[in-house]
Ligand binder design. Structure first.
Ligand SMILES: Nc1ncnc2c1ncn2[C@@H]1O[C@H](COP(=O)(O)OP(=O)(O)OP(=O)(O)O)[C@@H](O)[C@H]1O
Ligand SMILES: [Mg+2]
Length: 316
């Protein structure tokens, strides 16, 4: 097998006393779409920021984020900035984040190509083609627009165009459809599904929505309280989830709940305080299978070549 395009090793990120990521390891190969799922506050956006080499100012970071061999976290900022855009680009939940409100979309999409030694007309042509590709109805007009003049769905399409413009081998999307209404969400998922076939690199999709994972991903990492508690193929995670947290997430997924049941089940209890995380399994306090041994860190059990779960109770 080829070397993974993205290799994250023992990534730790703290905001003062808050240990948002507590030793996450994951990888993604070219051509693969990898999902990261977990409840609010489990460290997904913290991971996304580290993947593009942009941790929040003041955050304490350790571990490795290798993209095509280079450890992004070990590089000085100018080199990191160069890799961002060339090797990795991000699609945010709020597409406005990607744009400058005082420039037209066309000027920005041309600026994003500043490293290419090409005439402006060629860059404009590439921008136009990319806007057409992501489904903006009148790309020539869109080039003259300011981003706030576009609807939410069109803005997210434009942000996807911006991310893909330089053909980065790694694309990271943090909750790309969460801010959209159901119709727009379906359209953007459809677009991402089409693009996944054309994009030669790896895509990492971060979401709290299992439906998005099922639609788009090959493999999934399930995060809980700053750790990866289970990984596997989409098939494995949906059909033979091993970790009690993964099972609970799936049981609460609207797609798995019988119609007309009235209300959605939720996982009882709450996420532990990340300023004082438990020494053992972080899910133990909410887990139906917990016992005394869960007070020490659980082993990572392997259930085949692709599935791993960190839990005492589900030994293979
Ligand atoms: N810039 C920051 N400064 C301080 N604490 C932060 C910062 N960003 C995140 N946190 C804290 O780190 C933890 C993880 O947050 P993060 O945003 O990574 O979670 P998330 O999984 O993306 O959640 P959501 O699903 O709500 O987007 C939370 O406890 C959060 O309050
Ligand atoms: Mg987030």
């Amino acid at each position: 097998m080829t070397e993974p395009l993205l290799q994250v090793r023992d990534l730790r990120v703290a905001y003062g006393p808050v240990q948002a990521l507590r030793g996450a390891s994951l990888n993604a190969r070219a051509g693969e779409v990898v999902g990261i799922v977990g409840e609010s506050g489990c460290g997904k956006s913290t991971l996304a920021a580290a993947l593009i080499g942009l941790p929040a100012p003041g955050a304490t970071v350790s571990g490795e984020v290798r993209i095509g061999g280079d450890d992004l976290l070990a590089l000085p900022e100018p080199a990191r900035r160069r890799l961002r855009g060339e090797r990795v680009a991000m699609i945010f939940q709020d597409p406005m984040t990607a744009f400058n409100p005082v420039l037209t979309l066309g000027d920005q999409l041309i600026d994003f190509q500043h490293r290419l030694a090409e005439p402006r007309a060629a860059k404009r042509g590439r921008a136009r083609a990319m806007l057409a590709r992501v489904g903006l109805p009148d790309p020539d007009l869109a080039l003259h627009r300011y981003v706030h003049e576009l609807s939410g769905g069109m803005r997210q399409r434009a942000a996807i165009a911006a991310a893909l413009l330089m053909r980065p081998p790694l694309l990271v999307a943090d909750e790309p459809t969460t801010a959209l209404d159901v119709t727009m969400e379906a359209q953007i998922l459809h677009l991402l599904r089409e693009l996944r076939g054309e994009h030669q690199g790896a895509i990492v999709i971060i979401t709290h929505h299992l439906g998005v994972v099922g639609e788009l991903c090959d493999r999934v990492y399930v995060m809980y309280a700053g750790e990866v508690v289970e990984e596997g193929t989409v098939e494995e995670i949906y059909h033979t989830p091993r970790h009690p947290y993964t099972r609970a997430l799936i049981a609460c997924d609207p797609a798995h709940v019988a119609q007309g049941q009235g209300h959605l089940p939720t996982i009882p209890g709450r996420v532990p305080d990340l300023a004082a995380p438990p020494a053992g399994c972080a899910f133990a306090a909410r887990c139906p299978l917990a016992s005394a041994r869960c007070a020490t860190p659980p082993p990572r059990h392997r259930f085949g070549p692709t599935q791993v779960a960190a839990c005492y109770a589900v030994a293979p």
